[in-house]
Write a protein that binds this ligand. Structure first.
Ligand code: URP
Ligand code: ZN
Ligand code: ZN
Length: 472
């Protein structure tokens, strides 16, 4: 099966060029300028399928480096399975996810990873890889890290938050970082001071402050900036590369920026929710409505100007990647677990379907360039997590993961509109975006064709990752 994509603008971190793209089975085999008419004519006449991408962008499929399908959290599970979550991702132009296998204290890491393979194998619509959460750092799990690296799990997430659940203390973090420093893997950090937060939460509840907005008010920016600084100091001692996930506080990114300026191997990610949503506009909605936007790190105050600063840090590459931290929960029966107690609301927002559109709005609004859009949504996540050039680029030899994006199209986001995630609401209800995902190709297969779904569960394959390509 060959596919020729003609007349489009092929976008990479270097910019956009007019080029045609030829796909043969699962791979991109040629990218050539339309000026080469003899070759173009010959290929057009022989290609099985020809797609006209005139006036459209041809971009590498999105790589979402942070998703939580079926994550156990707060007495329930994230509501998307690998089937529903990757279907939604495909609709939105994401062709690779990196999900988090979960280990808790007392569990054998290898068994937990096997369980995650079991959940995903044969159930995904797009390709997938795993990071490993280490919820219990001990001698056995430290040894397991080396084994996992050889199996293509080259990054490990630790939590400075959620005491009693996923939390690691500084000694455990230091030991895991030493192991990472020896085997070349990346430590991913949930950087919030969970011990201090738990005190603030208990005090707020004792004062009768139970509404969802107190989730943010008991996790002030200082708890993120302090933990970010501590994580960086521990990584400096050990030499381990560090990637701070879901950054929302401008002060925390400032801390990261100075460490980067010193030349440390430290990186940061933010998520669409921190670029667009806020404590005042969403989390403080009347009654229990704000529960839809309870996630950690929390949505921050718009008045404090975090959003503008995060866009700026994306431009300057102090923040390298935008992932979703997709962790959906239904309002009924899941978010409602926290009625009368904000601390019992399962933490997470579902966005896996909307990341490319939401970030393209950043191009329209002048926050980032077209090239940067592709870089933060696809190329850098592929490089950061050892998937490049198989993923993240339109080049001969790469997997044929391609999105044809119409800048003149419109996308209306909402539960009854472009929503395929397994949730009974959308955190993005009413967001209307300039731009539209027209066609999505996953490893040479057209899975989305102008609002028609042609993919299927089982198409996606597990990706064994290499080490991060940003480390020296
Ligand atoms: O609110 C969030 N972020 N839920 C998912 C778990 C995590 O900490 O990433
Ligand atoms: Zn986290
Ligand atoms: Zn997460």
């Amino acid at each position: 099966m060959t596919i020729l994509i003609k007349n489009g603008q092929v976008v990479s971190p270097q910019g956009a060029i007019a080029a045609d793209v030829l796909v043969d089975r699962e791979k991109i085999v040629a990218v050539f300028t339309p000026g080469d008419t003899s070759l173009g004519k010959e290929l057009a006449s022989s290609a099985d399928t020809v797609i006209d991408a005139a006036r459209k962008y041809v971009i590498p499929g999105g790589v979402d480096a942070h998703t939580h399908m079926e994550l156990p959290f707060g007495g329930t599970y994230a509501s998307d399975t690998f089937d529903t979550g990757t279907l939604a991702a495909a609709w939105g132009g994401t062709t690779t996810i990196i999900d988090f296998a979960v280990q808790k204290t007392g569990e054998r890491v290898q068994d937990c990873l096997a369980a995650w393979h079991e959940k995903a194998n044969g159930n995904t619509h797009i390709d997938y890889a795993f990071h490993q959460i280490l919820g219990g750092v001990d001698d056995d799990s430290l040894k397991a890290m080396d084994e996992l690296v050889n199996e293509g799990i080259t990054s490990f997430k630790l939590f400075m938050a959620y005491p009693g659940v996923y939390y690691s203390d500084d000694g455990q973090i230091l030991r895991a970082m030493q192991a990472a420093s020896n085997n070349g893997s990346m430590i991913m950090m949930h950087a919030e001071n969970g011990i201090a937060i738990d005190v603030l939460v208990a005090q707020a509840l004792a004062e009768g402050k139970t509404d969802p907005k107190y989730h943010s008010l008991t996790r002030p920016w200082e708890t993120e900036a302090e933990a970010t600084n501590r994580a960086i100091m521990l990584s400096r001692i050990t030499g381990a590369p560090l990637y701070i996930v879901h950054m929302s506080a401008k002060q925390a990114v400032q801390v990261l920026q100075s460490a980067k300026n010193e030349g440390l191997n430290v990186f940061g990610e933010t998520c669409p929710q921190y670029l667009y949503l806020s404590l005042e506009e969403q989390l403080s909605q009347p009654g229990f409505e704000g529960a839809k936007w309870v996630c950690s790190t929390p949505l921050r105050s718009k008045e404090e100007g975090h959003q503008e600063e995060l866009w700026k840090y994306l431009r300057t590459n102090d923040l390298s990647i935008v992932s979703t931290d997709h962790c959906p929960f239904c309002f009924k029966e899941q978010k409602e677990l926290g009625l009368g107690n904000f601390a019992a609301i399962p933490n997470g927002i579902g966005s896996v379907e909307h990341r490319l559109d939401l970030l393209y709005q950043g191009v329209v609004n002048g926050h980032i360039s077209l090239a940067r859009w592709v870089e933060i949504c696809s190329t850098t996540p592929a490089r950061m997590f050892g998937l490049y050039p198989q993923k993240g680029v339109i080049a001969p030899g790469s997997d044929a993961d391609i999105v044809i994006y119409d800048p003149a199209g419109r996308t209306e986001i909402g539960f009854h509109k472009t929503h395929h995630m397994n949730m009974d609401h959308s955190a993005w209800e009413g967001f209307n975006i300039d731009g539209h995902v027209d066609t999505v190709i996953s490893r040479g297969k057209v899975v989305v064709d102008n609002n028609t779904y042609l993919g299927h569960k089982g198409h996606g394959k597990f990706l064994k990752r290499g080490l991060s390509q940003y480390l020296i």
